[in-house]
Design a protein around this ligand. Sequence first.
Ligand SMILES: [Zn+2]
Length: 228
Amino acid sequence: MRESADEALDSIVQGFKRFRREVFPAQEELFKKLATAQNPRAMFITCADSRIVPELITQSSPGDLFVTRNVGNVVPPYGQMNGGVSTAIEYAVVALGVRHIIICGHSDCGAMTAVLHPESLESMPTVKGWLRHAEVARTVVEQNFARCDCGQEHLELLTEENVVAQLNHLLTHPSVAARVASGKLFIHGWVYDIETSAIIAYDAESGRFLPLDGEVVPMATPRSRFNG
Ligand SMILES: [Zn+2]
């Protein structure tokens, strides 16, 4: 059952009051430190889906992650759309000097389902336009996985290929490409499973997604060329 609008808002305001009363006092020192500066460990690009909570699944604190979210964890290629994502990337890399950018897709992604069924987007022209940045992933899947049956496996493959596609788009951004080439910036592609909490990460060397909590952390970053 859906809550009424008032109940939904009430629970959000109650949560805020609880935060001020119980949570904030316990971390006052941290917030004092953060009041005038940030020095995040990483940029985290993920889907707007309400079930993905970057700070929760990485056990991060305020100030740790520079997060940008959108439908489908999309990164438009450089120059095609100088919108919020491109702006956030440039700011994170140039102004904040982050060393890591993580692109995180997820299971049961409505955006990926829509990419598979574009007819469902007829009443949402803006979403449709946005998700054209994910179309490359659909083509990769369609032309390389003949066995695909349009079911669950197809959705999982598309979700993974979309992360790979967005990593490729990320490298079209000059600020990113320059720092990756000199070994100052590392990029990562993850897929988070809502039901099990598992994360698989793209390993550029093997071209496969491997468990993030395996013995070696999979790396999506191309080899640096100018770090001498
Ligand atoms: Zn999603």
